[in-house]
Design a protein around this ligand. Structure first.
Ligand SMILES: [Fe+2]
Ligand SMILES: [Fe+2]
Length: 273
């Protein structure tokens, strides 16, 4: 499996522009997938530089209903007329971040909810052989406090987000179980545990943001939480590629624990799993 990072908060070199957000190109034996799209047309520009033909993409997964992962969907649909776009049915609901008492809109373009290429997903969905989407992860352990600034409109009320609009992807290929998640708002430990229950196996690779800092307030999670997550992830069977909302400070802290098992993915990087 090949994974190219088309959009991330940083770049491997000045050849690639970067932007806060996430977009991965994933090539499996039978599919060309985009996992998230970012918030503008940067994925198109970097796809061209990295030899990715957007019209050949057959599957798009939007991890959750936040602007930095999915608001570029309109641009994607203008450039690809055949791919199926898998997104949680409630990801088009209104989402906000609270800052200085104001609710700032961080949601998606809800006019695309019933676009013919969009497939609304539920709790779990097998997209194809070896490709499984799941959501509704219980936020039991190691929950990031920066989630408390994020809100969702539920019915008539704006409430603290429960992230039921977040979904993650398991790719099972050549005996490897690869978990791809967006911001891991529901907690990477909880998501990993649920993925291992679903495949009844250990996850070999995780590609995900770990949501350990708040991009608006720039507050990093406590050293205690970062350390605990790193210790819990250290299981001698899983390798981690992280990025985006993990933040560089938390990444270097985790690297002290996970060593060569943890790497950072910047815009322009290409790896083989
Ligand atoms: Fe998010
Ligand atoms: Fe994000």
């Amino acid at each position: 499996m090949i994974l190219k990072t088309l959009v991330e908060n940083t770049s491997v070199s000045s050849d690639y522009k970067h932007k806060h957000g996430m977009c991965f190109y994933i090539e499996t034996d039978s599919h060309k997938i985009l996992f998230d799209l970012g918030k503008n047309g940067l994925f198109l520009e970097n796809a061209e530089k990295m030899g990715v033909n957007i019209s050949e993409i057959d599957i798009v997964i939007i991890s959750h209903g936040h602007v930095d992962h999915g608001v570029a969907l309109k641009i994607f649909l203008e450039n690809n007329h055949s791919a199926k776009v898998y997104i949680r049915d409630n990801a088009f609901d209104k989402h906000y971040i609270k800052l200085l008492g104001f609710n700032i809109d961080v949601g998606l373009d809800s006019s695309l909810k019933y676009h013919p290429q969009v497939v609304l997903t539920g709790d779990t969905m097998v997209v194809d052989h070896g490709l499984t989407l799941f959501s509704n992860v219980e936020t039991k352990e190691c929950y990031s406090t920066s989630n408390n600034a994020l809100f969702a409109k539920m019915g008539k009320n704006i409430l603290v987000d429960d992230f039921s609009h977040e979904q993650s992807l398991i790719i099972s290929e050549k005996g490897k179980q690869i978990l791809v998640a967006g911001c891991s708002h529901t907690g990477i430990i909880n998501i990993k545990n649920k993925a291992e229950q679903i495949v009844n196996n250990k996850i070999s690779y995780i590609v995900a943001g770990f949501h350990l800092y708040n991009p608006v307030s720039r507050k990093v999670e406590s050293n205690t939480l970062i350390q605990e997550i790193a210790e819990r992830l250290k299981d001698n069977s899983t390798y981690y590629d992280t990025c985006h909302c993990t933040g560089k400070k938390a990444f270097y802290k985790m690297k002290e624990v996970l060593s060569e098992r943890l790497a950072y993915l910047s815009t322009g990087s290409e790896i083989e799993i």
